[in-house]
Design a protein around this ligand. Structure first.
Ligand code: MET
Ligand SMILES: [Zn+2]
Length: 789
């Protein structure tokens, strides 16, 4: 029997938030009870129809299943939880009479309610998109609920569009899940795979009955080390897809593997061949982050289609169509040798890029022609498929436009800046190291004269409505620079006065002048530009607007110094200046594809190094360089991690190593999987490191003791993710847990993260309790151990 052929051009998914963040607005209006559920559904449907209309205008077929059916109100993993009705026990009362999870219930899972915390949120692979972590135990219900998928398919079909319903795959779903609280120790959600497969088989049957010709099943977890072990002959992936392919009355299956190489990286294509032989009609390979399949590993595709993910869906650069076409042609040879058919697609869903370059009206003139956002990428996929089928001459105009944009970019003045390159080339090992920690410690003790268990904050103070209003007014010109500066100074003075009143030991300026901890730096560095409308979903209704790094980086003038030195002038207390580190600046921006990331990281590091020198000259004795994204960029495969950690740590060291001994360098990382990269964190060589720890009740302190961590450490004692005010007793307890494993001399007392999302009332109350608990702990230490701590 011949297998159905997948459309020649398709995309794995499309941004869901809407070109003007329509979904955000609809969701937030609904959550604020300003609209009912029917209004929300109508707004979402309208947005999806507009998106599909756009995609067909761009050239995707309306009826050949090349339109992705990947819409989600909040998150695609949450939608898989809905499709499986897998409600964790603590939410069991939310189930409908038939056991299913309705839209309102799914929002409770996503957002929590008065009595329950929401599902945990975690970064999706190595992206800045967050999914909701499924909680699966021995008894979590698993039962098919095809209704949302079927209804959506039918609604679009009635409108003339044949979408390809999309689901997170069974293996990926369970690998991303965590054991439900109360499950037996060591319980592995993957042990529930047979039930998940049975539920998916049922969903496939219902989708076939509704008329869906194709279904897309995303299995990106097979590009991780753990997933790869399951993608070898005789292992789980083979049996799962043999069973799904055997489902009676099902749509054709398209299984995708974004974010890397599926299966064994030394045998690119082996995982795809395996699934094709198991009966899957179309398989995908990410050619941007992963390796191109080879005939020798594909073996026999058994008539299946291989969809080449050649257009980058994680970045915004215009595709080099000529180079891509060459890759596609040689891949076609491999695929045809393997008895398969080649089609063209994206590396992952386009959910990681903004909608449309055409919506940008503020970019520097040279930039738009270099870029491709989602809509431009759809056109690129279609062009490449056409070129592959009909030859270069059929796409001559597109090839030449791409070529001239790429040549223009390569030759453009800011792309390579001689002075920046010379400075990088002249670096020596000495530029990456400070003197030994003991020497620094002595110099800092003399300079700062801090009490034991010093109290501080992570940097930002509440960004009130007034701050945001003033910023917007300044941006649109309704208040002038002087008025805005006056406003910010008053805000800074208020924050300094508050910290003095609360009795904190190390003060900060509060970051009121920063719209965002990355964008603010990008705005002040050469080599970056900001988009006006380049929103990318981060989680739920939240989106970020990453800056675009397009050229060599330098810092024309000191920009944090005026604010920070003004703040420091208002107090006699030790003062901490705040900067964002090189890895985080890059992780939360669109980065260059014409230079290794490590080169950009060192350029950013030198720009920061200049700022640190100026802060130091202005008398700032403590400088914090935040690296919350250090863990996020960690490569998915263990084999690639050491190289990443080497350059990322080096860039931090390059940024900070110009500081004199007496300047105390802090860093801040906000996640608790600290143990995993503790060597790298140690290698940052910061004098003091603050980390998130309150939710895990100081779990990290045990890792630190075991490691023998010897410098200053501030495990957060106040969970800033909720408006809850921790009592003095609670904070005292956490301090006590930390003191049980760490010497008092190393310990700092601080919140988990910045306070910008909090309100003033809870912030003041919480910080007052934090200071009170620290003072009490000092007294206890003095009583128990004498002054010698
Ligand atoms: C996500 S980490 C945030 C650190 C930053 N200094 C702040 O306080 O907001
Ligand atoms: Zn943080």
């Amino acid at each position: 029997m011949t297998k159905p052929t997948f459309p020649a051009a398709s995309i794995l998914g499309y941004p869901r938030i809407g070109p003007n963040r329509e979904l955000k607005k609809a969701l937030e209006a609904h959550w604020a009870n300003r609209t009912d559920e029917a209004t929300l559904h109508a707004a979402a449907r309208e947005l999806q129809q507009a998106n599909l209309a756009k995609l067909t205008t761009l050239g995707l077929g309306a009826t050949d299943a090349s339109l992705p059916g990947d819409f989600a109100y909040y998150d695609q993993v949450l939608d898989a939880t809905v499709a499986l009705s897998s409600l964790p026990t603590r939410f069991a009362d939310l189930a409908d009479a038939d056991g299913t999870i309705n839209t309102a219930a799914s929002f409770v899972l996503a957002r929590g309610d008065e009595s329950r915390a929401p599902l945990e949120m975690t970064k999706w692979f190595d992206t800045n998109y967050h999914y909701l972590v499924p909680e699966i135990g021995e008894n979590t219900p698993i039962a098919a609920n095809a209704k949302p998928l079927v209804e959506s398919f039918k609604a679009h079909a009635a409108n003339g569009n044949t979408i390809r319903p999309t689901l997170v795959g069974p293996i990926t779903y369970l690998l991303l899940a965590k054991a439900e609280d109360g499950a037996a120790a060591g319980f592995d959600p993957l042990t529930r795979i047979d039930e998940v497969v049975a539920a998916y088989a049922r969903i496939l049957t219902e989708l076939a009955a509704a008329g869906a010709p194709w279904v897309q099943i995303d299995e990106p977890a097979l590009v991780t080390d753990r997933g790869a072990e399951l993608a070898v002959p005789g292992a789980l992936a083979e049996s799962v897809y043999t069973r799904l392919a055997a489902a009676t009355e099902r749509p054709a299956l398209f299984v995708t593997f974004g974010y890397g190489t599926a299966g064994d990286v030394t045998r690119p294509g082996a995982a795809q061949g395996l699934l094709a032989r198991a009966g899957v009609e179309a398989v995908h390979a990410d050619l941007v982050r992963g390796l191109a399949p080879k005939a020798e590993f594909l073996d026999d595709l058994a008539g299946s289609t291989l969809v080449a993910g050649i257009v980058d869906s994680r970045n915004i650069w215009r595709n080099n169509l000529a180079a891509s076409l060459n890759v596609l042609k040689s891949l076609r040879t491999e695929v045809q040798t393997s008895n398969g058919i080649l089609a063209v697609g994206t590396a992952t869903s386009l959910q990681h890029v903004p909608h449309d370059v055409a919506l940008e009206n503020n970019l520097p003139a040279h930039l738009p022609a270099w870029l491709a956002f989602a809509n431009q990428k759809v056109a690129e996929v279609i062009t490449l498929a056409k070129g592959l089928a009909q030859g270069e001459s059929a796409i001559a105009a597109e090839l030449s436009a791409a070529e001239s944009a790429i040549n223009h970019r390569a030759a453009f003045a800011g792309t390579t800046v001689a002075a920046v390159r010379e400075r990088l080339a002249a670096l020596t090992d000495a530029d990456f190291s400070r003197s030994d920690a003991a020497t620094r410690e002595a110099a800092q003790e003399a300079a700062l004269n801090l009490p034991v268990l010093p109290t501080t904050t992570i940097g930002s103070f509440p960004q009130t409505g007034e701050v945001r209003t003033a910023r917007a007014a300044h941006r649109n010109g309704s208040i002038d620079d002087a008025a805005y500066e006056g406003f910010l100074k008053a805000e800074i003075a208020r924050v300094v006065e508050l910290q003095e009143r609360l009795g904190l030991d190390v003060l900060v300026h509060g970051e009121a002048e920063r719209n965002d901890m990355v964008q603010y730096f990008a705005e002040n560095f050469d080599g970056f530009s900001e988009t006006a409308n380049g929103w990318v979903q981060s989680y739920g209704s939240r989106a970020t607007r990453p800056s675009i790094l397009w050229g060599d980086v330098s810092r024309p003038v000191a920009f944090t110094v005026p604010w920070i030195s003004y703040a420091a002038s208002l107090t006699n207390k030790p003062f901490k200046g705040m900067l964002t580190g090189p890895v985080t600046i890059l992780a939360w921006s669109f980065i260059r594809d014409d230079e290794p990331l490590s080169v950009s990281a060192n350029q950013v590091a030198l720009a920061l190094r200049d700022e640190i020198a100026d802060l130091q000259d202005a008398g700032i004795g403590i400088i914090q360089v935040d690296e919350p994204a250090l863990r996020e960029l960690l490569p998915l495969r263990k084999a690639d991690q050491a190289a990443y950690l080497k350059w990322s740590v080096d860039s931090f060291r390059l940024s900070t190593a110009g500081a004199v001994d007496a300047t105390q360098i802090h860093t801040h990382l906000c996640y608790s999987e600290f143990g995993e990269i503790i060597d790298a964190i140690d290698a940052l060589d910061a004098d003091v490191t603050s980390i998130e720890a309150a939710r895990s009740r100081m779990e990290v302190t045990a890792d630190l003791t075991e490691f023998g961590y010897s410098r200053g450490i501030g495990p957060g004692v106040y969970d800033i993710h909720s408006p809850r005010v921790p009592s003095t007793e609670e904070v005292a307890e956490l301090i006590e847990i930390a003191l049980a494993s760490l010497p008092a001399k190393q310990l700092w007392i601080n919140p988990d993260c910045g306070l910008k999302t909090r309100g003033y009332a809870e912030t003041e109350a919480s910080l007052a309790n934090l200071v009170e608990a620290a003072i009490a702990a000092r007294a206890t230490i003095g009583a128990n151990t004498g002054a010698n701590v």
